[in-house]
Design a protein around this ligand. Structure first.
Ligand SMILES: Cc1cc2nc3c(=O)[nH]c(=O)nc-3n(C[C@H](O)[C@H](O)[C@H](O)COP(=O)(O)OP(=O)(O)OC[C@H]3O[C@@H](n4cnc5c(N)ncnc54)[C@H](O)[C@@H]3O)c2cc1C
Ligand SMILES: C=Cc1c2[nH]c(c1C)Cc1[nH]c(c(CCC(=O)O)c1C)Cc1[nH]c(c(C)c1CCC(=O)O)Cc1[nH]c(c(C)c1C=C)C2
Length: 486
């Protein structure tokens, strides 16, 4: 009988336990222990549910439906019985179409849809078509990897790099386009440059990916027929890890241990087993899935594996100040998903989400009120606010309220402000990241370590990526885990 340990109770760790239970042949895995350091499951997914019915997200708020990864999460939601709890947003919704950047004290709508590519919209000096038409004629470079900023500057010019790509990197990674890796974050575009000598030509000529299979999922069919773009859940995204945990706790094989940090690992050459250390005890298991942020996993490795530890330390993770604000009345004059602030602007804020517009059912049910979330820090956290452990979160609330007053012209005072810091929450895939991940895999194979690395640190930070990559990894290693039973 085989025993497995999963380190980390975020969405990746929980998905690993779920797919092991779903895909393993009956009774081959006798026990799965999932260790979570904190007193809560879900990791970055963190919904605040207030007594008056208001729902705020401190972490992710929406999941995209597109592609194999998006379909997989919808399928998971359906398997968990969450179909009737899904809050969809369709492609014609304001939150899909209206995304803004705040430049020169103005909110500027980002182009969406083919028509808007032809129009000049501030802050751009020309239409995106006129800014980008030369790209197919720009000489291509054979580079292994480079920063996102350098790629877009050389192919599309400064304006696109500054006003489209820089804020995009802030709105997904809380990161700097001058540090993030093109190969890790936008691999297709880099490939198109190599293969077609142009991103635009690649977009037009590359064979279109076959539409993924809906796998018989009714929720995926609804996504397609109702033209959804993204979705959440009626009581917030936390319901996803909560329901996963509930489902897992119905199994005799799974043991979820909260407040139980893993403090170290030891790999035995003789038995092939792994000693999983906790503060006051240990467990011997046959296989380990680490769903921890890479740098936090690095410190758990025994000293003999310093080469793997060094690779795991390649990327930093950044902290994000998250401030949820609630106002009486409908104070938002601009409807949309939110706005991002490019790094060239003199603002402490990365972006502002117009939560009431995205998911109005999460508003306080009685009365007219507005919810807004402000995010700050990220790759600039230290230079703006100092060490994440030392910040005064009240100051964050004040900065957020002031930025909202200035950027959205909301002069009313919020009646509720919830400010906090989500520490080291988004990994920054720096140049060379893809190679590091490959080197980690090679090391694990060469050393025959009974270990899988899953989670946001490796191959995509979105919830979709975390769940889908975990599923692929479980499918890949399950035969060898099952073979240990004999
Ligand atoms: C502010 C914010 C907004 C986001 N918005 C979106 C969005 O809109 N859409 C989207 O798709 N994605 C979004 N993301 C990204 C997404 O939420 C995360 O990448 C994803 O949830 C990471 O999941 P994970 O399980 O890999 O890691 P985590 O959620 O970080 O989980 C790791 C877990 O390991 C635990 N742990 C740490 N050390 C130990 C130890 N020694 N022993 C045991 N346990 C340990 C931690 O307590 C944690 O619970 C957002 C992220 C943030 C921070
Ligand atoms: C300002 C900080 C952040 C905002 N959202 C995130 C951060 C760090 C995190 C985040 N947002 C998205 C993802 C998932 C990406 C995916 O592949 O699914 C993550 C990790 C979704 C997203 N949000 C914005 C964009 C352009 C995307 C990409 C996918 C999509 O097009 O839907 C824009 C955006 N993010 C934030 C704001 C204020 C904002 C405004 C336009 C906040």
């Amino acid at each position: 009988m085989v025993t497995v340990a999963i380190l980390g109770g975020g969405i990746s760790g929980l998905s690993a336990a779920y797919y092991l239970g779903k895909l393993a042949r009956s009774k081959t895995i006798s026990k799965v222990i999932l260790l979570e350091a904190s007193s809560r499951l879900g990791g970055c997914i963190d919904t605040v549910r207030l007594d008056d019915g208001t729902i705020f997200e401190r972490g992710p708020r929406s999941i995209r439906g597109q592609g194999a990864q998006g379909y997989n999460t919808l399928q998971l939601a359906e398997e968990l019985g969450l179909s009737d709890h899904v809050l969809p947003i369709d492609r014609s919704h304001q939150a899909t179409k209206n995304r803004f950047i705040y430049v020169n004290r103005e909110l500027c709508r980002l182009p969406s849809g083919p028509g808007s590519l032809l129009m000049r919209q501030p802050p751009f000096s020309k239409s995106l078509v006129r800014l980008g038409w030369r790209e197919p004629f720009v000489a291509s470079h054979k580079v292994e990897d480079e920063t996102i900023d350098s790629f877009f500057r050389r192919r599309f010019g400064d304006e696109i790099a500054k006003y489209a790509i820089d804020p995009l990197c802030r709105g997904i990674y809380s990161g700097s386009s001058q540090q993030l890796s093109m190969k890790a974050c936008f691999p297709n575009l880099l490939e198109w440059e190599q293969q077609y000598h142009s991103v635009i030509k690649g977009a037009l000529l590359a064979p279109k990916k076959k539409a993924p299979d809906a796998q018989g999922s009714r929720l995926v069919e609804r996504y397609k027929s109702e033209h959804w773009s993204m979705w959440s859940l009626d009581t917030g995204l936390q319901k996803l890890p909560e329901t996963l945990a509930m489902k897992l706790s119905q199994s005799d094989q799974v043991d979820i241990c909260l407040d139980t940090p893993c403090t170290g690992l030891e790999f035995s050459d003789t038995t092939g087993k792994v000693k999983v250390k906790m503060s006051d005890k240990h467990e011997e298991v046959d296989y380990v899935f680490s769903a921890l942020p890479a740098r936090q996993f690095a410190v758990l490795l025994p000293s003999g594996h310093h080469q793997l530890a060094a690779l795991l330390r390649h990327n930093p993770s950044v902290s994000v100040g998250v401030v949820n604000l609630q106002y009486e009345g409908n104070v938002l004059s601009t409807q949309g998903f939110g706005h991002l602030v490019p790094s060239c602007e003199p603002s402490n804020v990365l972006g502002v989400l117009y939560e009431s517009c995205i998911f109005p059912v999460h508003n306080r049910p009685k009365g007219n009120n507005t919810r807004i979330t402000c995010m700050m820090g990220g790759a600039w956290f230290k230079e703006m606010f100092g060490e994440a452990d030392d910040v005064n979160t009240q100051e964050f609330g004040e900065i957020a309220a002031e930025s909202i007053r200035e950027q959205l012209h909301i002069t009313k005072k919020p009646f509720r402000v919830i400010a906090g810091v989500v520490k080291n929450c988004i990994p920054q895939y720096q140049v060379g990241h893809t190679q590091s991940v490959q080197d980690m895999a090679t090391y694990i194979t060469q050393q025959s370590l009974p270990l899988s690395l899953i989670g946001a640190s490796y191959d995509g930070v979105s919830i979709n990526d975390c769940i889908h990559n975990t599923r692929l990894e479980v499918e890949k290693v399950l035969p060898s885990i099952e073979a240990m039973a004999h």
